[in-house]
Design a protein around this ligand. Structure first.
Ligand SMILES: Nc1ncnc2c1ncn2[C@@H]1O[C@H](COP(=O)(O)OP(=O)(O)OP(=O)(O)O)[C@@H](O)[C@H]1O
Ligand SMILES: [Mg+2]
Length: 264
């Protein structure tokens, strides 16, 4: 496998130099390399997030300590209101903790200026949402290209990478379609390609199969599994049992705290 020609292997969908190394090591060891060898991409320490609404304080996340290593696939599960989306926003530097810390590849998100946080999200974090949030007036091609344009990737490089990514998600033939001319599952695959555009260090997804029927959801789960097998780190919030079980580790939350953290 490690001597497969490059063209038969996955594109470097989330390729940092270290993830290439981890992938090579994983290939040699039949994928299950020891924890200590894989770099930590996300680390939270006793992280808390409270919302104040008038006299009321909502303690959405109440002290979570978590480590996610390169190549992990973590499913974040738990009842509605237990803090999953809040936690995902903290992990992606969309939101900042009230207390405790969140480190993305060793950088404490609390120390970043707004501009630095925006750049970090653009380059290091891939987001996938339940409702896709593609730009309706843009084609699939242009939607995937957008984050690269924002990151000032040269046009020629952008075009090649968009086609590489659309091929990877099986939608090269739909490049010129607008979101309204794509099925739900296809839209989510375009959204995943877009999330991967700038080769993020990890992908965060909030209910990525929430809007899809079982068969279309299965396509998205298969794509996520392929991505993870190719080295992409995934943290996925889901109520979907099939998706949760597809991951390598399930972290269960209740009332803003971790109540279980186990390998699948
Ligand atoms: N912006 C906000 N202001 C005030 N309270 C909030 C805010 N966002 C979330 N909350 C509260 O924080 C708690 C956790 O919300 P969160 O959205 O993280 O839950 P969740 O686990 O993602 O739920 P679901 O499965 O329904 O999406 C809830 O009690 C919610 O009402
Ligand atoms: Mg939620």
């Amino acid at each position: 496998m490690s001597d497969a020609p490059r063209s038969e292997r996955a594109p470097t969908v989330s390729g940092t130099a270290s993830s290439d190394r981890a992938r090579a090591a994983g290939d040699r060891a039949g994928r299950d390399i020891g924890d200590a060898q894989r770099p930590v991409v996300l680390a939270t320490r006793d992280v808390k997030r409270e919302y104040t609404l008038g006299a009321e304080t909502v303690r959405a996340v109440r002290g979570i300590t978590l480590e996610v290593r390169e190549g992990d696939w973590v499913s974040l599960v738990g009842p509605s209101g237990c803090g999953k989306s809040t936690m995902l926003n903290l992990l992606g530097a969309i939101d900042r903790p009230s207390a405790g810390s969140v480190e993305i590849r060793g950088r404490d998100t609390a120390t970043l200026s707004d501009k630095e946080a925006t750049l970090l999200r653009l380059r290091e974090v891939g987001f996938v949402f339940q409702r896709f949030y593609l730009m309706p007036q843009l084609s699939a091609f242009e939607n995937v290209e957008l984050p690269m344009a924002e990151a000032k990737v040269p046009a020629a490089e952008r075009k090649a990478r968009v086609m590489e990514l659309l091929s990877y998600v099986g939608l090269a033939s739909r490049a010129q379609h607008r979101p309204s001319e794509l099925s739900g599952g296809e839209q989510q695959r375009v959204a995943i390609a877009r999330a991967l555009a700038n080769r993020p260090a990890f992908l965060l997804a909030d209910e990525p199969t929430g809007e899809l029927d079982a068969a279309t959801g299965a396509d998205v789960i298969a794509l996520l599994a392929r991505l993870n097998a190719d080295g992409t780190t995934l943290v996925i919030v889901t109520h979907d049992e099939t998706l949760a079980r597809a991951g390598r580790r399930v972290v269960s939350l209740r009332d803003g705290q971790v109540v279980k953290d186990e390998a699948t």
